[in-house]
Design a protein around this ligand. Structure first.
Ligand code: CA
Ligand code: CA
Length: 298
């Protein structure tokens, strides 16, 4: 199953009809446009020339048969392939350095092999990741530019090839959509972009029936991660931490205070991004320690 990039949404909503439907356990390829709908391709194209109706298209939504509210959708990221050229932009007033950005600048970044050519001096190793990935919420539509409990624009750089993302199912069929790939991005996403790029993502989607798992939940590179988004980074940090604490208590059956101390000893609280309509933080916990408590992946 392959979903073309021109089948996209600009918000995550139960109202969008599915563009495709698959059984649990199926492999699906999502073709994705970049976050500017591929409209910025040379340095003369500025961010302000892109209409808001072209920002953050997310390919989908995909319906997964049998997914019902209360379930969890397991999304294994099997591969991420990026296009031959990415782009970065700055604009006054946008991002953590918005007041320092005097004008709009566009930088086109060629991809050569497994490197991004940032400038004459620097070639950056590719680390392709998914910026926007989520399910449809039960209530009001959520723009694809906003992160939340449904996932969405989390801009978490650990959502890479080989990772496993667990998202909530709030509506029948889950209705998965994704886009906004980055060839590479640092924690924070300081000027509101990674190396923005079109591409393709292979995933396997599976429905889990009512597991104890605070979503969005991510496994990658030996870490278990809880992710949270809120108006402030402080709040997002606390919510991400509480989610992991809940996971340790309810899933691993670690006593409350013991779990708090364990998080304080080995939990790493990190920033995903500080530039979207809500801020996103993640709490990372070593998978090896969870396995000492008989944690096994579903
Ligand atoms: Ca993003
Ligand atoms: Ca982006």
């Amino acid at each position: 199953m392959r979903i073309a990039a021109d089948q996209y949404v600009l918000d995550m909503s139960s109202k969008h009809p599915a563009v495709a439907e698959v059984a649990s356990g199926s492999k699906v390829t999502f073709e994705t446009k970049d976050c500017f709908s591929n409209t910025i391709v040379n340095p003369d194209h500025l961010f302000s020339s892109v209409g808001w109706d072209k920002i953050n298209p997310a390919t989908g939504p995909l319906k997964v048969t049998g997914a019902e509210p209360g379930d969890v959708l397991k999304v294994e990221i099997l591969d991420i392939r990026v296009a031959e050229q990415g782009v970065m932009t700055t604009a006054p007033g946008f991002g953590a350095l918005g007041d320092e950005m005097e004008r709009e600048v566009t930088k086109v970044i060629k991809i050569e092999g497994d490197e991004a050519v940032f400038n004459d001096r620097i070639r950056l190793p590719l680390a392709p990741m998914i910026g926007v990935i989520g399910t449809a919420p039960a209530g009001d539509a959520i723009p694809t530019g906003t992160p939340g409990e449904h996932g969405g624009n989390m801009d978490c750089k650990r959502i890479v090839k080989g990772s496993i993302l667990y998202l909530p199912v709030a509506v029948s069929g889950a209705m998965l959509a994704m886009g906004d790939l980055h060839a590479i991005m640092g924690d924070g996403e300081i000027v509101v972009c990674g190396v923005e790029i079109a591409g393709e993502v292979d995933v396997r989607v599976s429905v889990l029936k009512n597991p104890v798992l605070p979503t969005p939940f991510l496994i990658e590179g030996g870490s278990l991660m809880t992710i949270a988004s809120a108006k402030t980074l402080d709040e997002a940090a606390v919510v991400a931490t509480r989610k992991m604490h809940r996971f340790l208590r309810e899933r691993l059956k670690i006593e409350n205070h013991e779990a708090g101390m364990l998080l304080s000893a080995v939990g790493d609280l990190r920033i995903c991004q500080i530039v979207d309509p809500l801020m996103t933080a993640r709490m990372e916990f070593p998978q090896k320690i969870a396995e000492l408590y008989s944690f096994k992946l579903d």
